[in-house]
Design a protein around this ligand. Structure first.
Ligand SMILES: *[C@@H]1O[C@H](CO)[C@@H](O)[C@H](O)[C@H]1NC(C)=O
Ligand SMILES: *[C@@H]1O[C@H](CO)[C@@H](O)[C@H](O)[C@H]1NC(C)=O
Ligand SMILES: *[C@@H]1O[C@H](CO)[C@@H](O)[C@H](O)[C@H]1NC(C)=O
Ligand SMILES: *[C@@H]1O[C@H](CO)[C@@H](O)[C@H](O)[C@H]1NC(C)=O
Length: 264
């Protein structure tokens, strides 16, 4: 028995995989974020690190995750807590401040929100450089070799943009991405996964089917998973007393971790 256990541990360390398998208990829904804010290349970045002793953290030492928020930014505690959950899964996780304090007051699918004005102020011409500087910090200063991007709503599109040629990302995950264009899917040069909500005005069933078809055409590994009983935003903000919503948020997180564990 003991010999078997020791062998199992040795194999686990050697393979750098399936060590401390991650389950839903790793997702922290409330409480206090444990990461800190730093400034690099002029960008404010929320940084959450794996525990020093974590086997998964050691295995993933040359990898990092760039967490791209929804329109509520790193101000939203659930965004920082979810970044912490990725760190708990063994990945250095950094979430750049995409909005420099000029946050949206409601989500972009809520009627009455001046989506046009918000998006004009935060187009790719403004957002791409923030993410590029974050990736440059990881690669140049920290020597990170592999970068996964996880994005939510607004940020989901950018997870795709940064795995196109020369952008510096290696694998992408997006939950309920908004404004994702076909050209951005066609351009990917790495594996991409999507978690989709059942109810999402920004990604209704017809658009979801198109995205699926575009992913298939892109010629990269892909996954698109649909979570029943969920709404736009479910990857980050849910009613955790609703079993389907809780399952959806945790499922999307575990989908992302498994994606990076296998393809980053
Ligand atoms: C990090 O920045 C966010 C956004 O401004 C803020 O809400 C949070 O309190 C900061 N965290 C720390 C530890 O200072
Ligand atoms: C953020 O906004 C402040 C003014 O509020 C400005 O001085 C600073 O340059 C801005 N930072 C970025 C990265 O755009
Ligand atoms: C970004 O593009 C928008 C729309 O074309 C423009 O109004 C804005 O001034 C641009 N911002 C920067 C920083 O170039
Ligand atoms: C959260 O979900 C529970 C269980 O479905 C429900 O009873 C409750 O009303 C919901 N809360 C809100 C604020 O929607």
């Amino acid at each position: 028995m003991r010999a078997f256990t020791l062998l199992a541990i040795a194999t686990c360390v050697a393979a750098h995989s399936d060590c401390n398998a991650v389950d839903a208990s790793i997702v922290q829904h409330d409480g206090f974020p444990r990461g800190i804010n730093e400034t690099h290349n002029g960008i404010k970045i929320y940084v959450s690190k794996p525990e020093d002793a974590s086997i998964r953290g050691k295995a993933n030492a040359a990898k990092a995750i760039v967490y791209l928020t929804d329109v509520f930014g790193i101000e939203l505690v659930q965004n920082r807590l979810l970044a912490d959950s990725f760190a708990r899964a063994g990945y250095l996780t950094v979430a750049p401040d995409l909005f420099n304090g000029s946050l949206a007051t409601t989500d972009i699918n809520v009627p009455g929100f001046d989506t046009a004005a918000f998006l004009a102020a935060h187009g790719p011409n403004v957002t791409d450089p923030i993410i590029a500087k974050t990736i440059d910090y990881l690669r140049t200063t920290l020597g990170i070799k592999k970068i996964g991007l996880t994005g939510y709503c607004f940020g989901g599109r950018y997870a795709f943009r940064f795995i196109s040629a020369g952008k510096g990302g290696d694998a992408a995950f997006a939950a309920h991405p908004s404004l994702l264009e076909n050209g951005e899917i066609e351009a990917i040069k790495g594996p991409a996964a999507v978690a989709a909500a059942e109810t999402d005005g920004l990604m209704p069933p017809a658009r979801r089917a198109e995205i699926e078809a575009e992913l298939a055409k892109a010629g990269q590994a892909y996954q698109l998973s649909l979570y029943s009983g969920t709404q736009h935003g479910f990857g980050v903000r849910v009613n955790v007393t609703d079993p389907l919503q809780k399952f959806g948020k945790e499922g999307a997180f575990l989908q992302a971790v498994r994606w990076f564990d296998n393809f980053l």
